[in-house]
Design a protein around this ligand. Sequence first.
Ligand code: NAP
Length: 362
Amino acid sequence: MPAFDIQVNRKNFHDYKIVEKATPTADDLADGQILVKVDQFAFTSNNITYATVGEMVGYWNFFPVSDDWGIIPMWGFSDVVASKNENVKVGERFYGYYPMGSHLIMSPKSIKPTSFMDGIEHRQALPVIYNNYINTKTDSSYSKKGEPIQSLFRPLFTTSFLIDDFMDDNDFFGGKQIILTSASSKTAIGLAFLLAQRKGAKDLNIIGLTSAGNVDFVKDLGYYDTVLSYDQAEQIAKDQTSVIVDFSGNERVQASLQIHLGNQLVYNCLVGMVDWTQRGGKGSAAQNGKFFFAPTQAVKRNKEWGVAGFQQKLGMAWMQFTNQIGDWMTVQNTNGAEGLAGLYLPMLDGKVDPKIGHIVQL
Ligand SMILES: NC(=O)c1ccc[n+]([C@@H]2O[C@H](COP(=O)([O-])OP(=O)(O)OC[C@H]3O[C@@H](n4cnc5c(N)ncnc54)[C@H](OP(=O)(O)O)[C@@H]3O)[C@@H](O)[C@H]2O)c1
């Protein structure tokens, strides 16, 4: 197949199409631009959330197509295949945010040995964390073998790390029970892993809520003190101060937890929305909490700890976390546009085994 994108109907996420295009070449580049070929990326529910909150948060604007169709962003690796920028060379490999497709033209700016920012006009109003591309040649944490884990977990585990730190920074808002919904999701597992490490020093009861079919998997992880299916949530003690960290976004789960916990619910942290068909609208229980905005905590800690201090703490936690991923997750490769398209609907509908980490190779 030549170049392609997978485009999603912005009003009906089950409607998608593979769009083939002429393979771009150096002739398509303006001075200063580069063309990259996307080599591989991870595919998790986080990418689906980019679509389901795309209108609200602006995720469709990274790789724009039209008002009706959009391209979902993915985290992964690409190789520079043509360059009209003397500071970015053909053959260099970059980690970053790519379209669900095979090629991307970028306008590198702020080029350093370690990274550049995409300065293409339509991305300039978007959050900078998504516009940064890391050069694998100079990234001390990079290894070829580690690429799948980096694609799968770097953005997710950084969020887990920041939630754990935000909670500790606020003394868990006085909460003793920390209740994670969609406890089988990778971001929740990262958080449960970090919370479990605090247990000697802190009196915490880590509770995971998950689908009935994922209970055994989540129990076997060993990071949650208690694992319950959603319909067992009433077993959670009502007389303990509690914090919810919500990855599910399910209106019914939120409403029943809020009623069940009453004024023992001391903080409701809204992080994810994997159960996107069941989310509540404006003013609903599912929105009756505080949205977690990871960059705010990152900026705070970069100021307090310094950039190097922040990176060192995150790097330590990353090493410990990645050392145990192989105990519960297997990387599975899917190839090409057809393979990617075949994975899209199961991912959208939550029919993916949490024990598998999906990497798409183009
Ligand atoms: N705010 C931030 O900065 C930030 C950063 C990172 C991630 N997140 C969010 O955290 C969430 C988790 O992302 P992830 O990539 O870690 O997920 P993941 O590993 O792909 O999670 C898979 C799990 O999510 C649940 N799920 C997935 N699709 C579903 C569906 N259609 N309906 C119902 N349940 C579904 C199931 O868990 P259960 O059976 O356990 O419910 C499933 O095992 C996403 O919404 C993501 O956007 C937010």
